[in-house]
Design a protein around this ligand. Structure first.
Ligand SMILES: [Mg+2]
Ligand SMILES: [Zn+2]
Length: 180
């Protein structure tokens, strides 16, 4: 069984432009490469788990999404970070699917396919739904990053949910939780 850190994408790894998909809008957030390197060095594998309802809404295609993912994974690879897997929900909210976060479908699939151990894995994201997903999927925990929508989400979450300034701080939190 492997330990994973599941990562939201928009607002967590890259700037969230709202239905982000244009390659020209690609911008890695500060602290991301450093934070992911720390996690990777500590033995965590990394997987992206992202809602992409823009596909279901017809705003962009799954090929557009894959092109953006390729740019992100290439950029991270150049910085020594390897993204092991990616899972996305292409559906609109009204479709009632099992995979749109906070439904646990994507993480359940990831755990089955990757051999990830939920109880030793974490979720990092900038939204309330990412933290709800951590609970529903039975993960060790969720860490909110205060990038993207994170500051707004903070006010709606229980005070016990850990919050970190950026992905580097989130990684440090996870590594310190491991020691305790
Ligand atoms: Mg997000
Ligand atoms: Zn879905």
């Amino acid at each position: 069984m492997s330990r994973y850190v599941f990562l939201d994408r928009d607002g967590t790894l890259v700037h969230d432009r709202g239905y982000t998909h244009r390659l020209s809008d690609y911008r890695l957030l500060d602290g991301v490469a450093e934070g992911l390197s720390l996690l990777q060095s500590a033995g965590y594998r990394l997987a992206i788990v992202t809602n992409q309802s823009g596909i279901g809404r017809g705003l962009y295609t799954s090929d557009d999404f894959q092109d953006f993912q390729a740019l992100l994974t290439r950029d991270l690879a150049a910085r020594g970070v390897s993204i092991g897997a990616q899972y996305f929900c292409p559906h609109r909210p009204d479709e009632g699917c099992e995979c749109r976060k906070p439904q646990p479908g994507l993480i359940r699939r990831a755990c089955a396919e990757l051999g990830a151990s939920p109880g030793e894995s974490w979720m990092v994201g900038d939204s309330e739904t990412d933290m709800q997903l951590a609970d529903r999927a039975g993960l060790r925990g969720g860490v909110l990053v205060l990038t993207g929508h994170g500051v707004r989400a903070r006010g709606r979450l229980r005070a016990e949910v850990p919050a970190a300034e950026d992905l580097t701080a989130a990684a440090r939190y996870i590594l310190s939780a491991e020691e305790s």
